[in-house]
Ligand binder design. Structure first.
Ligand code: PLP
Length: 280
């Protein structure tokens, strides 16, 4: 069954073909996107996703077709029209459609597509078991803080993880750990969190930000510094964060067991606090 689709100001379904072949998102990856979660028809952290989308658009000098209010009302309507209760919304805004040329005309109208998809979020067993990850070189472009649709480096890393029987790839550069191919990375050592600071080499994850806030209010120290790759194999615990996975423990990195192979105490507590916050 087709899902509900929002396209440039109107609602339709995902079986309508809406994009032109000369849309710059399609030809140049000249577009930004967001993914947010909804549970029982209620979106989670909608404002935070809007703010990040606004910043991504600003960086690429693409005009934001939404205000905070029109974004909220459009996304609420999209979810209200959706036939299932729980899922994700994918929204993409490209610079627009125009005769193919690297330099873009100034007068393009951004193309907006947004649609809902049913999604199976991790169950209690998976949240306890955690995931296996591999490490791989970060081959992405230089502005990973922009949530652009240039995801080829991420997709190649993720495919390598899948081929190795793992769920996620941790991206390394110059001997340091950055983030996952589609998640942020956290290490736990001596009761403190270590995670890469916000700069151009990682995405400012919505869940990352919330988890740091929760840690600080629980008096868990947070060290925002790049972790050396050699430190990866001397951790007490490790976890990743993302909209679809929440706080997800990491049980193995490159086949080596982290901690005592069971979900660690700090991870368990932050997972509990985050799930509680998200469902509020
Ligand atoms: N880092 C990358 C590269 C991502 O693609 C994502 C999510 O898709 C994240 C981090 C996590 O971000 P968020 O917590 O906002 O989902």
């Amino acid at each position: 069954m087709a899902d509900v689709l929002y396209f440039n100001g109107r609602f339709t379904t995902t079986d309508e073909r809406v994009l032109g072949v000369e849309d710059r998102g399609f030809q140049f990856g000249d577009a930004v996107y967001e993914v947010f979660k909804f549970v029982k028809h209620r979106p989670a952290f909608l404002f935070e996703h809007f703010r990040r989308m606004e910043r991504s658009l600003e960086q690429l000098e693409i005009e934001n077709p939404f205000t905070e209010e029109t974004f909220a009302s459009t996304m609420h309507e999209l979810i209200a029209r959706t036939s299932f209760d729980d899922g994700i919304v994918y929204i993409q805004i490209s610079r627009g459609e125009g005769r193919r040329a690297h330099f873009w005309p100034e007068d393009l109208t951004p193309t907006v597509v947004a649609y809902s998809r049913a999604f199976v979020f991790p169950d209690a067993a998976k949240k306890e078991r955690g995931i296996k990850v591999i490490t791989t070189d970060d081959q992405r472009w230089h502005f990973c803080n922009v949530k652009s649709v240039n995801l080829l480096g991420n997709a190649i890393a993720k495919k390598a993880a899948q081929r190795a029987g793992a769920d996620e790839a941790i991206l390394l550069a110059d001997g340091f750990v950055r983030e996952g191919a589609s998640s942020n990375f956290f290490a736990v050592k001596n009761g403190s969190l270590i995670t890469h600071p916000l700069d151009e080499s990682i995405l400012p994850g919505v869940v990352r930000d919330r988890v740091i806030g929760l840690a600080l209010s629980s008096r868990i120290r947070v060290d925002e510094r790049p972790l050396r790759d050699a430190e990866l194999f001397d951790l007490d615990e490790a976890f990743m964060t993302s909209t679809t996975q929440g706080v997800m423990p990491i049980s193995e990195i490159d086949g080596r067991i982290i901690g005592n192979s069971r979900r660690g105490e700090v991870t368990t507590e932050l997972q509990r606090l985050f799930d509680e916050l998200e469902s509020r």
